[in-house]
Design a protein. Structure first.
Length: 311
């Protein structure tokens, strides 16, 4: 089975933890221990987010004023190398060296006229109080949005059109290697009429980019690992209902929060519409997710359209 596994932010950092290199490695090591058995049995591609890390690099970048700040596309490439290196190393260690693991720096082709460039929604970087957020917005000309009870920077998040290095990833899978790629959604680029790439100032959602990759690779399954047990309708309200499984058409009729669950559901719909299946569930219960005793599955062919977890 060919599986694309998208690691959510909880696989790399926990909310409230300091974003140190030691904490990154501790979290990634635990994640790779969980993934090792799946990687032993199947063709696996790992993708990952980078929101907190790219925001941290941007802040560190601004602190040194003797040179102009590096643009967001270069910072995105830096996070791919940083996180990809740790994931590659810890997964190889978890497998006892039985499989080769390779990290590929990936670019994602987007439309430079995407409406997202006029409506930033992607949360990056650390959280701020209202006062600190206002000061940062004024000093750096950032767009700020609420994230729960705090505030964070938001940047454009255009839809992925295709993954530029998909043929290379396919060759590595066919050769029996495990691949880490599309880190942070891949560096967003536009391609001109002569085939030349140019980086853009944005962050592509890693779940949507992972779905694009899964479709292009003909993957059987896209697994999106998060910190919730299910996708929930009317989440956080008295009418909340957890979804066990749904067709892309049925779940597409429901509303989900921008910047959190909606991209995951949109990614699942994209995969299911192309004949695959998508699973959304908790990282720490991966075996149960694959056995379908927890988590939400999106696929075609569900007679009821949508089935809820029994109360």
């Amino acid at each position: 089975m060919r599986v694309v596994v998208a690691l959510g932010g909880n696989a790399l950092s926990r909310r409230g933890e300091p974003m140190t290199a030691d904490r990154l490695r501790i979290n990634v090591k635990a994640t790779c221990q969980t993934l090792a058995e799946l990687a032993r049995q199947h063709e696996v591609v790992l993708t990952h987010g980078n929101g907190p890390q790219v925001g941290l690099l941007a802040l560190q970048n601004l602190a040194y004023r003797d040179v102009a700040a590096y643009p967001l596309d270069i910072l995105g490439a830096e996070t791919q190398g940083m996180i990809g290196y740790v994931v590659q190393q810890e997964l190889k260690n978890a497998l006892g060296g039985d499989r080769d693991v390779v990290a590929v720096l990936t670019t994602t082709v987007v439309d430079e006229n995407d409406a997202a460039f006029q409506h930033p929604t992607k949360l990056i970087g650390p959280t701020y109080s209202a006062q600190d957020a206002a000061e940062a917005a004024a000093e750096y000309r950032w767009t700020i949005a609420r994230d729960g009870g705090a505030f964070r920077r938001v940047v454009p998040s255009p839809d992925p059109v295709r993954i530029a290095q998909v043929d290379i990833v396919r060759e590595m899978l066919d050769a029996g290697h495990l691949v880490v790629c599309v880190g942070g959604g891949g560096v967003p680029v536009k391609i001109d009429d002569r085939g030349r790439e140019t980086g853009l100032q944005a962050v592509v959602d890693k779940d949507l980019a992972s779905a694009a990759l899964a479709v292009e690779l003909g993957a059987d399954t896209l697994v999106m690992l998060t910190d919730g047990d299910y996708v929930s309708e009317a989440w956080g309200t008295p009418e909340q209902r957890d979804i066990l499984e749904a067709t892309p058409e049925a779940i597409g009729q429901l509303a989900f929060a921008e910047g959190s669950m909606k991209p995951k559901v949109d990614a699942a719909i994209r995969v299911a519409e192309h004949g695959g299946r998508a699973l959304i569930g908790p990282l720490d219960r991966l075996t149960e997710l694959l056995e379908r005793t927890v988590g939400t599955e999106i696929r075609q062919g569900i007679p009821e359209g949508i089935r809820y977890v029994a109360p």
